[in-house]
Write a protein that binds this ligand. Structure first.
Ligand code: ARG
Ligand code: ZN
Length: 854
């Protein structure tokens, strides 16, 4: 069944009040729901309640048991005579048997919920759509010994003990919310408490709830939460609105985390950290996700989405907000580089493949498949472009207007853009194409200089490529920040300019061009597009040295590397001298911070190189990249050794400066190994052993796993035993091996799937092995294509347990159009086999069938 955006109709009934009485038991939980329903508008439609996986045991209308209800298309349909009624239902569910991890489920003895997008219907009968807003009163009863802590949305109201060893608690959430924001948790949990005082003086009790053994690893998350609360007041004027804010961490979770009102529930990998078990990447991700979920309190909860086609209204904006928060914690340039790298790794391929969809999709089979890089990350880029067009003051005025006007409602992307226009004083009519047209625009740029004229002209042209179901697209509105530099003096020729390209082509004239100019384009990645420019290797090397925009400097270096690697892949060899010289200069520049240097000297990923080619040759790409890594390693050996010199080690501190030193250390260690130096394994093993933090230890392990040595096997063994009891670190053990560039990785991965610690029941573990293998271009596409069959087998097995997580791991199989006919046929055969398997979920069916056609 396909759901279409054009079919939207407002709900026939509203449910202003909900009372739930939940008698919790892992195998037989009783849910009694009392809904106050009100007819909305003049119509005689029956009440329709969604339900999945449960049978109504009793239905009462205004206190009287009825049996004239029907189940139609999964909905409980009840004809009601009046304008307002009280509906009571009762169901029984078994959280222990819920392997989908949607609705009420058990994770390591903790009972918890995940309702977004359509999980609430697995708990009780309800109009499970985001435009039905209700206030909730929730009463929970549970065995006191097994579930001493009972949490729900909002504020605690009352609690007490029963004579039979159970206890109860009641919570009330005064803010009307859609059912997808409902949450409850019951378990044996310890808490790390803190407070935050809002600028208007409300003292908020904060709690991070985890298993007692994990309590020592919650400090970073709590601190990040306090920073995020202060940041949202300062930057967006948004204050928290309840007296308590709780976060619970669970080990089994389908995504990163969930913004349930007043009770966020997290995948434990985005909460737990200490220096011994978490990398700097983990620390950063924890702060970003804690902030993201907190920011949803305004962009998502106070203002929610009218329907799921508007998902980017809350996700794109909230990602933009969390990116701003992270940028303010350290180096904004490095944060931007990381975000753009992520966009190119995940969103650009999605936009270029069979699953391409607009930021505001037109239809879906399963909404769970639309929590994508396009909705989240491209959606954030759309907000960023509007902020660029408006400028900071007007953008803030526009977000103020949006929060003010739509507070307490379920809004649309259109509502948001209209606020940008109104408060920003701009016309965004054509900008709206970004919401409806899929595909990454391509911009070609050529700079024409007439020597002696003092003038230069930049010719720009754009094209939005066809995507499945969309052809002949209109040009989009592209804000491009650009600046010219003088090739002789290295100095800027005039100020930076913001050019808004909104036609198919345009020419921009620059005056006072007193020497040969070099153009710095799309600075800060001001538009999420692909730039095709005719800049020579020499000009790119020049910008890598002289550009005053750090992102553009990084970008010039990446383009130089990419051009070199593409040439090497196609021609079998290339001149490495320009790249080596540019990397040497970057390493030698004392004004650059080490984190920036580490990003700048890293070669583009194999998959990104593949994206530049008409047919991906995974082995040729791998060999070309290794050859450049080897030459860089050899030519700059002394510099790499200096950067990973043990003398630079100092006791662990999570500061931007120390993070930069560690990042460059691991990049440098990788280059020493790539050079083929005989002592590289010993060097890496020494770092592995001496490390006082996971970043150094894991970096050394990654380098060792990329080669063959006695130290490799020893390190894997030591690492495994040292962290045997820690699921999050064991995930790294699986993942690092699945990402290995060695030839025998496919066989090793198949073997690891039989390891006693491997399980499909835990999404993190499944992703660590299956997801990493799918992302390993060389291994996944290794000759023979056995990897395709293996992946399809895993997806089918996982689908029977957990459809959402299975469907998320399918996209690597869908890239068949990008490969040679032999590989393409084998990939399609596996997709066809999945589609033909009886009883697969609609989640997996949608991904596989669209991948086959697209
Ligand atoms: N709203 C959550 C977040 O962005 C993610 C929920 C994911 N749900 C899903 N069905 N994929 O933080
Ligand atoms: Zn979100």
């Amino acid at each position: 069944v396909v759901t279409r955006r054009s079919d939207y109709a407002p709900p026939a009934w509203q449910v202003p009040q909900v009372a739930l009485d939940v008698a919790l038991d892992p195998l037989a939980t009783r849910v009694r729901a009392r809904l106050e329903v009100v007819r909305s508008g003049a119509h005689d439609e029956p009440l329709r309640l969604d339900g999945a996986g449960q049978v109504p045991l009793a239905v009462r209308v205004d206190g009287i048991a009825v049996d004239d209800w029907r189940i139609v298309g999964g909905q409980l349909v009840l004809a009601l005579p009046g304008e307002a009624h009280v509906i009571e239902t009762e169901v029984e569910i078994a959280p222990d048997r819920n392997t989908q991890l949607m609705g009420l489920y058990a994770s390591g003895g903790i009972l918890c919920t995940q309702c977004e997008a359509e999980g609430f219907r697995r708990i009780t009968w309800f109009p499970d759509r985001p435009d039905v807003l209700s206030t909730y009163r929730v009463r929970m009863t549970a065995d006191k010994a097994r579930f001493p802590v009972l949490l729900a949305n909002g504020d605690p109201v009352a609690a007490g003990d029963n004579a039979d060893g159970t206890h109860w608690a009641e919570w009330h959430d005064p803010y009307p919310k859609p059912s997808y924001l409902f949450a409850l948790v019951a378990g044996n949990l310890a808490v790390n408490r803190g407070t935050f005082t809002t600028r208007s003086g409300r003292v908020v009790d904060l709690g991070i709830w985890v298993r007692a053994a994990d309590l020592a690893r919650t400090g970073h998350a709590l601190h990040a939460l306090q920073l995020a609360m202060a940041w949202d007041e300062r930057v967006y004027g948004r204050e928290y609105d309840l007296d308590v804010f709780n976060i619970v961490a669970v080990d089994d979770f389908n995504f990163g985390a969930m913004e349930n009102k007043g009770l966020n529930i997290f995948n434990s990998r985005y909460i737990l950290a200490d220096p011994d078990t978490a990398t700097d990447w983990d620390y950063d991700a924890i702060a970003a996700v804690v902030a993201h979920e907190y920011f949803h309190n305004w962009s998502g909860n106070r203002i929610t989405c009218r329907d799921w086609f508007q998902l980017s209204l809350k996700e794109g904006f909230t990602v933009y907000r969390d990116q701003g928060f992270s940028a303010d914690q350290g180096s904004a340039a490095v944060k931007r580089i990381e975000d753009v790298r992520g966009l190119r790794a995940a969103q650009f391929p999605e936009d270029a493949g069979p699953l391409a969809h607009p930021v505001r999709p037109e239809s879906y089979i399963e909404i769970g498949n639309f929590y994508t890089a396009t909705i989240y990350n491209k959606g954030a880029e759309l907000i960023r472009m509007m902020a660029t067009i408006l400028g900071p003051e007007r953008f803030r005025a526009a977000t103020d207007l949006y929060f003010d006007r739509f507070d307490g409602t379920a809004a649309t992307c259109e509502d948001f853009v209209a606020c940008m226009e109104e408060a920003g004083g701009v016309d965004l009519t054509r900008f709206r194409l970004w919401y409806s047209q899929a595909g990454t625009p391509r911009v070609s740029a050529t700079l024409d200089h007439q020597p002696g004229s003092g003038r230069a002209t930049l010719h720009l042209a754009q094209k939005v490529p066809d995507t499945p179901g969309q052809t002949h697209k209109q040009p989009q509105v592209l804000p491009l920040r650009l600046r010219l530099f003088g090739a002789e003096t290295g100095r800027p020729l005039g100020d930076e300019r913001l050019v808004i390209l909104s036609d198919t082509a345009a020419s921009i004239t620059f005056e006072t061009v007193t020497e040969r100019p070099v153009v710095s384009l799309n600075r800060g990645f001001s538009a999420p597009v692909v730039i095709d420019s005719d800049r020579s290797a020499a000009d790119l090397a020049f910008l890598a040295r002289h550009d005053d925009d750090p992102f553009a400097r990084y970008e010039a270096m990446q383009q130089l590397m990419l051009d070199t690697l593409v040439a090497a892949t196609v021609e079998g060899e290339a001149d490495h001298a320009a790249v080596i010289a540019a990397v040497a200069d970057t390493l030698d520049d004392p004004t650059l911070d080490r984190a920036f240097v580490a990003e700048a000297v890293l070669l583009p990923a194999e998959s990104f190189i593949g994206d530049q080619l008409s047919t991906v040759d995974p082995e040729a790409i791998f060999q070309a990249r290794e050859a450049l890594r080897r030459d860089l390693g050899r030519a700059l050996d002394a510099r790499w050794r200096a950067a990973c010199d043990p003398a630079l080690r100092r006791p662990f501190a999570y500061t931007p400066e120390d993070k930069g030193i560690r990042r460059l250390r691991n990049v440098a260690l990788g280059y020493v190994a790539a050079s083929g130096a005989a002592d590289a394994p010993a060097l890496a093993y020494a770092q592995f052993e001496a490390a006082d933090n996971m970043t150094d230890r894991h970096g050394a392990l990654t380098t060792l796993v990329g080669g063959r040595s006695a130290q490799r096997d020893a390190a894997l063994d030591v690492f495994y035993h040292r962290y045997a009891g820690n699921a999050l670190v064991l995930d790294k053990w699986f993942q690092t091996q699945a990402l290995s560039p060695l030839e025998d990785t496919p066989a090793l991965v198949a073997e690891l799937a039989q390891h006693p610690d491997f399980t499909l029941a835990n999404p993190n573990r499944a992703r660590a092995l299956i997801g990493a293998f799918g992302a390993n271009q060389r291994a996944f596409h290794a000759d023979g294509g056995d990897g395709y069959r293996w992946l399809a087998d895993q997806l089918l097995a996982l689908d029977a347990l957990n459809p959402q997580t299975a469907a998320k791991l399918l996209p690597p199989l869908g890239r068949w159009r990008r490969f040679d006919p032999v590989r393409a046929d084998r990939m399609r055969a596996e997709l066809a086999r999945i589609v033909a398997t009886p009883d697969i979920s609609k989640d997996l069916f949608e991904q596989a069938s669209k991948s086959l056609e697209g």
